[in-house]
Design a protein around this ligand. Structure first.
Ligand SMILES: [Fe+2]
Length: 383
């Protein structure tokens, strides 16, 4: 694994030393505008860095689904700060923002140039240390950063091996203050990563192993973490699941759930986890016949009893298990429930069909297939 993972309750107290080991003397700390900056753990991080003699420049400017403008401005601020290490503290948004801003330290232009393929990443940016405060994105171990183009209403990821963080400090204690809604939406994102990568065309025995373990951990811990945020064992299980799913999809890739969730998020401001959580069972149902065996593995990993069932029925249990989990943790069933109008089907499908990972779905999906899936998720098509 290219990322050094430090995983323990209380691990953040060692961030100063980890930063030193990377050769850091001046850190540019990227975090969110509200929640994360006000977290008591933020103070602990600053203290540990200061004790290690590291100067810290705080950049608490990242919104949910960071925009091209936020990244470009942050990259300019990073240059001015003259830092030699970047720290991301927060969920997927600050982490992805920090990654993209770091890329622009070694590469000219706007992040938009890299999203649109007008420029290629040729040099590594600054080394990155990630401290995730949610258990979902897996971004602490992946080579990609998702950026939102608010003008074109598109979410596009930039990807390069040099983007992979050098160190991930995963401290489940930090996750105990995460509200139930955020726990649910980020947790279902992790489940989506694990399932999409498990069934992916690009899956291999190594990614299958980590993804299946991630699915098991989510099956036994997500409800508990939503029900009681201070359940440290459940928080640890989810943090590990998110990490394993991140390792899995960084190697095996994602599929149509993310392909559809991106335009839903970019066009209607629906949180990434919610958009994925809505789409997940619809895409699974549509892809089921491509691989009954793998879907029945998912059913078992989520705790379903498939004893005595033919494999087709066992595979269907995977969809049932995901729906039951969603219902328990309060993830909506349809796009209509979150305010996406039926008139949006076309623009969602047109965007989703261009998703670069679409061919990674186990069932070959063309525009007509995506239309069926989105119409079902909209609640305007039953079969
Ligand atoms: Fe995701």
């Amino acid at each position: 694994m290219p990322t050094k993972v430090v995983f323990a309750p209380g691990a953040i107290s060692g961030i100063g030393q980890e930063c030193r080991n990377l050769g850091g003397t001046k850190a540019f700390l990227v975090t969110g505008r509200t929640f994360t900056k006000n977290s008591p753990y933020f103070t602990q991080i600053i203290k540990s860095l200061n004790e290690a003699g590291i100067e810290v420049h705080i950049h608490a400017e990242i919104e949910a689904d960071p925009s091209v403008e936020t990244i470009d401005q942050g990259a300019a601020d990073m240059k001015l700060a003259n830092a030699n290490v970047v720290i991301a503290f927060g969920g997927g948004s600050p982490t992805d923002a920090a990654k993209a801003m770091s890329v622009l330290q070694g590469n000219e232009g706007s992040v938009l140039d890299y999203m649109r393929g007008r420029r290629q990443i040729v040099k590594a940016g600054l080394p990155l240390i990630c401290v995730p405060t949610t258990a979902g994105s897996g971004s602490e171990v992946t080579a990609a950063a998702v950026v939102t183009d608010r003008v074109a209403k598109e979410k596009i990821s930039i990807s390069h091996p040099s983007i992979i963080p050098k160190i991930a400090i995963i401290d489940p204690v930090l996750h105990t203050s995460m509200p139930p809604k955020v726990t649910a939406s980020t947790g279902i994102d992790a489940l989506t990563h694990a399932i999409e990568a498990y069934i992916a065309v690009q899956a291999n025995p190594l990614t299958e192993a980590v993804c299946l373990q991630a699915i098991r951990l989510i099956g036994s811990n997500l409800r508990r973490a939503v029900a009681n945020g201070s359940d440290l064992e459940a928080r640890g299980g989810m943090a590990l699941a998110s990490l394993l799913a991140g390792i899995g999809f960084n190697n095996a890739g994602l599929g149509a759930v993310h392909g559809i969730a991106h335009p839903v998020g970019a066009q209607f401001g629906i949180a990434h986890g919610i958009a994925n959580g809505i789409m997940l069972p619809y895409v699974m149902e549509y892809c089921l016949m491509a691989d009954y065996a793998k879907f029945s593995d998912i059913a078992v990993a989520l705790g379903e009893d498939i004893h005595g069932m033919i494999v087709r029925n066992a595979a269907k249990q995977a969809v049932f298990a995901v729906k039951a989990l969603k219902q328990d943790i309060g993830i909506p069933d349809t796009l209509a429930e979150v305010g996406v109008p039926p008139s949006a089907v076309n623009t969602i499908v047109k965007d989703a069909v261009t998703y670069r990972r679409l061919p990674n779905s186990p069932r070959k999906l063309e525009e007509a297939d995506l239309r069926i899936i989105v119409e079902r998720a909209m609640g305007i098509r039953l079969i």
